[in-house]
Design a protein around this ligand. Sequence first.
Ligand SMILES: Nc1ncnc2c1ncn2[C@@H]1O[C@H](COP(=O)(O)OP(=O)(O)OP(=O)(O)O)[C@@H](O)[C@H]1O
Length: 93
Amino acid sequence: MEIVGDYEYNNKDLIGHGAFAVVFKGRHRKKSNFPVAIKSITKKSLAKSQNLLGKEIKILKELTELHHENVVALLDCKESQHNVYLVMELCIG
Ligand SMILES: Nc1ncnc2c1ncn2[C@@H]1O[C@H](COP(=O)(O)OP(=O)(O)OP(=O)(O)O)[C@@H](O)[C@H]1O
């Protein structure tokens, strides 16, 4: 299991990938019935897309403030030596 703050994911549980990130299905470490999506961005690719990521975090934070059922909330942001992680509510369907 990979640990991201209060959350964890298994490398096998890949959901998808976008222009600069891979997204895994994960969960809260203490609440196993609390599923999340963990977006992992390598710092290498960050160098190319720093502006894009900055905008995405800003927008996600603003949207999270709305507490709207149709808007995915950003739960946490963490970084390791090589990666930046965005922990979000998991969208199903
Ligand atoms: N919160 C989430 N819940 C469930 N699946 C998600 C979530 N966020 C992303 N995904 C899945 O991971 C894939 C990649 O997401 P990501 O945000 O990296 O890229 P994208 O939005 O598809 O494209 P781009 O990189 O161009 O913005 C998505 O297509 C989706 O299938």
